[in-house]
Design a protein around this ligand. Sequence first.
Ligand code: BG6
Length: 510
Amino acid sequence: MTSVHGANPLRDAADRRLPRIAGPSGLVIFGVTGDLSRKKLMPAVYDLANRGLLPPGFSLVGFARREWQDEDFTKVVHDAVKEHARTPFREEVWQQLIQGMRFVQGTFDDDDAFERLRGTIEELDKAQGTGGNFAFYLSVPPKSFPVVIQQLKKHGLADQTEGSWRRAVIEKPFGHDLRSAEELNAIVHEVFAPDQVFRIDHYLGKETVQNILALRFANQMFEPIWNRSFVDHVQITMAEDIGIGGRAGYYDGIGAARDVIQNHLLQLMALTAMEEPASFDADALAAEKTKVLGAVRLPRDLGRGTVFAQYTAGWQGGEKAVGYLQEEGIDPASKTDTYAAIKLGIDNRRWAGVPFYLRTGKRLGRRVTEIAVVFQRAPHSPFDTTATEELGQNAVVIRVQPDEGVTVRFGSKVPGTSMEIRDVSMDFAYGESFTESSPEAYERLILDVLLGDSNLFPRTEEVELSWKILDPIEEHWDGHGRPAQYPAGTWGPVEADEMLERDGRSWRRP
Ligand code: BG6
C-alpha cells in the first residue's frame, strides 16, 4: 500500500536500516607503528571489510620511519588483525584487502617521502578506483601535528578536486591546555575546512554512549524527571584496573584529568545533561553539547571540590603492583595525577544546584565506566523509619562498560509479614536483549569518517570549552603540593571519599 502522500512509509523505514557502506576511498595512517594503530585501527579496518562496509577497492596506506616494504607492512597488519580483530578471520576478505595496502617510508619532515605518498595515492586511484578520496589519520604525538598538517598542505594532499574529498582525522590529546588547543586549531584550520576535520573521542563511538541519547530522547519516562526537581546528583565514573603499562612517555606530565576527563568524561557529562537537539544532525548535537560545556561552573574552592592522586604499591587481581613513581620511565618526583575527582555544577534552569561528580583513575578496583543519575529521596514516607532504613536513593545507571546496559534501582518490599523495604534493581543487558554484538568504537568512527558523517566527533568549540574547564583545576593542582595517594587495587584516595562526605553523599562502589 502506498501512502496518499506518495512516499511509502514502510519502504522508507526499511531503507533507513540499510547498512551504511563507504564509497570509493582510502585511509592513510601516520604513526602506523604505534600501539593504537596495531590494537585498534588496523583491526577496525579489517572488521569493517569483513562486515562488507568498505568499498571493494578500499586502500590502506601506512606511513612511518621504519625501513619496511609493502610486504612487511602487510605482515604487521595481518598479525594485528589476527590478534585484535573482533570478527573471525576470513582469507577471502584479507586477500581483497591487501590489494590496496601500501607502505611509504619516511620521516615527517621528509619532502621526498610526502611526494612518494602523493604518488602512491595517485597510483591507488588508478589501480583501486579510490577516486581521490583519502582520509589522513594522525595517530602521532601532538608535537608532530603541525609538521604533518603543513606537509599535507605543501604537497597538495589536502586539496579536494571537484567530486573528491580529503579529510584529516586527529587523535587526542588535542592540546595540553586551552592555549595549545587554540594554536593547534589555528594550524589545522589553516589547511582544512571545519567539515574536513574529524577529532577522535573514541568514547563517542561506543554503543552505550550513543544509547544515552536513545534512552533520554526516544522514551517518555525518563526525561520528565531528568532535572533538578528530581535528581539529587550525578556520578560519572571511568575506572581502570590497568596501570600505565608502557605509556610512561605519553602519560607522565599529562595525567588522568587531561587524558580522559578533558575529553571522554566531559563528553559523557554533556550528553547526559544537554537539552534535546532539534535533530540528530551534527550541528544540532554540537550546539546542545556546547551550551552545556559553556554553562559548567567550577567549585568555588578548588581545594575542596577536586582531588588529584597517585597510586602507590598494592595488590591487583592477586598480583603485586608497583606504585606509579616506581613504574619504568616515570620521574620519581613526578606529580602527575593517576586519579582525579572533580565536582562540577551546570548553571542552567535544568541543573542549577545539582552536582556532577566526575572521577577517573588507573589501578582502581576494577574496570568500569558508568553514569549514575541518583534521585532525591521521596518527599514523604508513609512507612516507619525502620521499614525504610535499608533503602537507598533511586538511580538510573547507564553502564557504559564492560557489562553494557542500564540498571534502574528502586525500593521494593521484602517478602514476609512485616513491611521492610530494600533496594532492588531492574537490569537491561545488551548481551541478553540483542543478538548482534556491538561494534568497536573505532569501527564506527572510521566508517563515519569515510562517509563524512561528523555527528560523533567533537567540534573545535567543545574541545576549547573543555580545556577552559580543566585549565584552572590543573593550575590549582600545580601550585598545591603533592598528589594524594591510594594503594593500587583500591577505589581511590580517602580525600575523594571525604569530598563527597562533606556533601552528605558517597561514591558508588560499582
Ligand atoms: C584512552 C586513554 O583515551 O582511553 C587511556 O588515553 C585509557 O589512558 C583508554 O586507558 C581507555 O579506553 P577504553 O575504551 O578501554 O575505556
